[in-house]
Design a protein around this ligand. Sequence first.
Ligand code: SF4
Ligand code: SF4
Length: 509
Amino acid sequence: MNEYNSENKKYWVRLTRVCNNNCVFCLDADEQDGSFEMTESILALLRAGRARGFDHAVLSGGEPSLHPDFFAIVSETKKMGYKRTQTITNGRMFSYAGFAERAVAAGLDEATFSLHSGSPADFEALTRTPGSYDEALKGFMRAAKLSGLAVSVDILLTARTIPGLTGWINELSSLGASEFDILYPIPFGEAWKHKNEVFFNLDERAKDIVEAFEFCEERGFKAWSNRIPARVFEGAERFIQSPLKLRVEVEAKRDMFEALANRGMEPPCRGERCALCHVSEFCRSLRRFSAAIASKKMPSLLVTQGNIERLDENFPGSPKTIVIGGFDLLKSENVKRRLSKREIRVEALLDKPLENHQGVPDFVSAVYLEINKATASDLSHLKSPFLDKVELKTVLRGRATLEEAAKKDVPIAGFMQEFLKGGGAEIEIFNVPRCLTGRSEMRVFEAVPANVFKNSEEIDLDEYVGCYMANWMSVKSARCAGCSHYADCPGIHINHVRAFGFSNIPFGI
Ligand code: SF4
Ligand code: SF4
């Protein structure tokens, strides 16, 4: 499966603001001024990364291999205790005799080469640098021959690179490549200036992209989808990128997202390019959340076993509702006592079948019952929207991982048919699109875990990313394009789609 768990441990450090190519799709061009980062500053950052627990250093640029202290920096990563040192390179320096050998001797474990096309003309139309194809390929071949150095290849999807993609992967594999990172462009730097050349009609090219992934799968190569919109993989959902990669994207623009989260400062990139941006849904979600908190419109607060100690704290905007997660917590005297001190509406989020929930305490005004393997059958036979006089609602929870979704959930399309047939018509449903519920609106379960707040004033960005990934990171099918609800429908949680497929979304309405 396409999980990016290891990405969480990668620590990216920039070595240069200069490159010997001039790629038409370069997302970093705005950051380049022809300079090298000071070696001492690079080492200080690397030390800080180790102190934060990272053990995989990624040396990037610009073009990192141009840094005059490249070998020394590689060697220092090893002294600091990094278990793996990787560089992302255009490969041209590796074409010089002895360069790859020196890099390996210094401690380089992995080199990722940007080799976007097998056609020299297309390659150099993209790099805008004559001679770059021959040098890059020579550099790759020299590196691939060395034992002790893992090589992998980055391939950017563009109208130029897609037609020959599978053939190029095949050719690279004969030269020693067996791991490919297949990337979708993002609208920054040169890529935005040349957007008409770089971006393409994704839906028309979906078949070719899937074919390349299937080719890699058949031959046992690793192929990572990187920022490729999930809808491309309808029918081949196993190739959808893990949502975990979002952490890396946010980390790359941490200051900008911190400013949006806690100071309401708009990113300087906001505008026309948002429509092409790989983090647009996250960015929108954070903006909305930050604005709601700033205007004291606090959503419900979700308190679970893991953060119960925060029940007494103050939160920005003072929540009007607390949702208690889990029946054990609801029965706990400790929780009851703490809740009795506050004038607040209390709801419950439960994940076990109804018979275990008789006697829901009187202080609970509503129960959200998860739709999952354990509850599905009971829910399909409900006749009343009330449970012990408590209002009952159902919710399709997002899941933090694919494994969790596959283990706990049922395919939502089949469930909804049974549920609506079985008398659930009056019960509110959360997180299920209208094409499945037939309702006039889609309700979204918006309660946020208490740990999304650092304290009574600040949003914790890392926790918010985790919360967004686990709860609200949803996707739609390419077929949704014709749906009248497209603009305001979030779709279905990405891990539900990864576990059960896009076939859970019926045709648009
Ligand atoms: S969606 Fe956000 S990060 Fe992306 S371009 Fe727009 S403002 Fe920038
Ligand atoms: S946009 Fe897609 S998921 Fe949403 S209601 Fe329409 S068809 Fe269903």
